[in-house]
Design a protein around this ligand. Sequence first.
Ligand SMILES: Nc1ncnc2c1ncn2[C@@H]1O[C@H](COP(=O)(O)OP(=O)(O)OP(=O)(O)O)[C@@H](O)[C@H]1O
Ligand SMILES: [Mg+2]
Length: 445
Amino acid sequence: MSDLTPKEIVSELDRYIVAQDSAKRAVAIALRNRWRRQKVQGEMKNEIVPNNIILIGPTGVGKTEISRRLAKLAKAPFVKVEASKFTEVGYVGRDVESIIRDLTDISMSIVKKEKQLEVKELAESLSEEKILDSLFPNNSNHKLSEAEELRHKKTRERLRKKLQNGDFEDREIEIDVIEDSNSMMQVVGPFGADDISMNIKEMISNVMPSQKKRRKLSISEARGILIDIEAENLMDQDELIRIAKYRVENNGIVFLDEIDKIVDQGNAGSGPDVSREGVQRDLLPIVEGSRIATKYGTIKTDHILFISAGAFHVSSPSDMIPELQGRFPIRVEMDKLNVNDFIKILKHPESSLIKQYKALLGAENVKLKFDANAIRSIAKIAAEVNTKMENIGARRLHTVMTTLLDDYMFEESSGRKKMITITKKLVENKLNNIVSDQDLSKYIL
Ligand SMILES: Nc1ncnc2c1ncn2[C@@H]1O[C@H](COP(=O)(O)OP(=O)(O)OP(=O)(O)O)[C@@H](O)[C@H]1O
Ligand SMILES: [Mg+2]
């Protein structure tokens, strides 16, 4: 778990997200409080509930971005779900539990990767021995004399040198490959992370035992497989599961996007397919703290941090069922972004749009430069289109930039080095016509 202080968390978030100071502050406190809770002794530790947060604000102002960055900082298992998907046709009540199952899977894969890194060197050297065994099997059934044994050793070391030198990469060896249900799954078809396929996947992996198969592979192909097998043997599965579960229960973060879509406006009629209030009721036990069965055992959800987000155009958080409201005590209104924010968003974040386009054209040996006036002009146009048409926040910068740079992205290819400077005039030439023509801008921007 990260031990950053709230101020440090905010300044890390500042590297990626412009404005939204109160949202940054709220998530920073929530994250730090979990670290603080870990230090608390005794019964009290169980009583302290997470600071669940609702981020309220229109589209494209950074709600998802803040949560995504926070999870990275926190080095915590993180899952993002659209709350609205639980109101769709085909939804059956208990499926909200899949959120916790997914989170546990994610935690498990993080822990596994960490451990794999730890045992990597040992696994590599063990797999080298295995390869040498197949290249140079010891078939004699009588006990070797001392002289024979010495010769044997010497040959093996000579082979090892050659192997390390890459001389045998194409040589074929036979190895035992474990075909577990997961690798069969890839044959059966591509499975996404959605619940239906998750359930099928779990069902199938329960009925199909793993099988050993002997296969002939080139050493270069076999090496990776052997390393994985050795690494797997070196890892204590029970320990992995224990760590993964601990992290989910104490550091896990669930981001519930579009929470407003499961909230009715006042008493305005019933929901489309599944009652929205029903979804809130389903979510309640998970947010309040309950035990969920996963394939790694039971997960207690009491201390998982929930961050939810929504535009709340027609409804408000106070339209949620009271029990759920009570579990989201922290509400943060996101700032509306203005022209100056847009300028900063274009320029400052770690991988801002301008930096991205520079990198893309850099790959063609083209140096892309933006005049300060040009950037201001792009920001202004984005803000103007947002007011004239639909306000999609910082997302508008994407459409404006794509349109602006379209010709360059098509024309430029690696040739001799050159430089392109985007000036204010160029921005206006390319975009003003489109902006002033309502119909045109509707399609293009
Ligand atoms: N405050 C901000 N600082 C930097 N970039 C931002 C900011 N707000 C939005 N962006 C950029 O705009 C895009 C959309 O932002 P994001 O996904 O966070 O929107 P959102 O608030 O979650 O909207 P929605 O309600 O539609 O989900 C992202 O590419 C993000 O990088
Ligand atoms: Mg979002």
